[in-house]
Design a protein around this ligand. Sequence first.
Ligand SMILES: Nc1ncnc2c1ncn2[C@@H]1O[C@H](COP(=O)(O)OP(=O)(O)OP(=O)(O)O)[C@@H](O)[C@H]1O
Ligand SMILES: [Mg+2]
Length: 259
Amino acid sequence: MNSKISFQDVVKTFPLKGAEFTALDRVSLEVADQEFVTVVGPSGCGKSTLLSMAAGLQDPTCGRVLVDGTPVTGPGPDRGVIFQQYALFPWLTVRQNVEFGLKLAAVPTQERRHRADQAIGLVGLDDFADALPKALSGGMKQRCAIARAYAVDPQVLLMDEPFGALDALTRVQLQDQLLATWSREKRTVLFITHDVDEAVYLASRVVVMAARPGRIHRIIDVDLPYPRTEEIRLSADFRQIRNTVWTAVYHQEHAAPAA
Ligand SMILES: Nc1ncnc2c1ncn2[C@@H]1O[C@H](COP(=O)(O)OP(=O)(O)OP(=O)(O)O)[C@@H](O)[C@H]1O
Ligand SMILES: [Mg+2]
């Protein structure tokens, strides 16, 4: 397989009360180029930790994380990250926040403005481009953070519950927009969510994790065609896969740790 992101026997431990806490225990996962993979699992099973290692924000304790076959040593413009907690600069306007990454990438002023406005339009924040984050609702802040990642146009999108704070309608709209962008621009997406419907609707594979220690419990193929439509969302096939994922996530009491 042509892997874009590769987790190889990744272990992550943190010190806890004088001992070691294993947040991730030998996680191996290959994400193919242009694949859309979602990750679900109970709170604390290590989803954000996994994503942050692909983002280059944390190092594995053991094992390796590769992007394009090269070990990750830090963040880079090839990977756009959307955090679970929207991280906006409070003193910058929506447009300035969105332009921030482009500025770092030395994109010329005019193009910066154009790309920022395009991304702001995609998430429906046109009327708030000049507003400061304090004037936005939680969902709007999150949409601003999404626009910031989209504007840089990275090959890899690492998204940590990006739509979690949004109302149901905005959420569905942004899911469809994300899928449209993904299929047009052929990006690779690793997407964490608590929402099983969302996990199935977006992905070609759903990774189900288990906790204590954090590990991969199951990987479920989503054998549904793209483009995903409302019809697919309402289909019996969708329901069946959704139920399989649901059972894997919420009935883990029998999930034995990997030997
Ligand atoms: N910097 C850290 N120091 C110590 N422990 C940490 C640190 N970061 C994460 N952990 C621990 O590692 C485990 C996994 O955390 P992580 O944030 O990856 O979980 P998660 O699956 O994203 O959970 P949630 O669904 O609640 O967001 C948790 O038990 C957490 O307490
Ligand atoms: Mg998390």
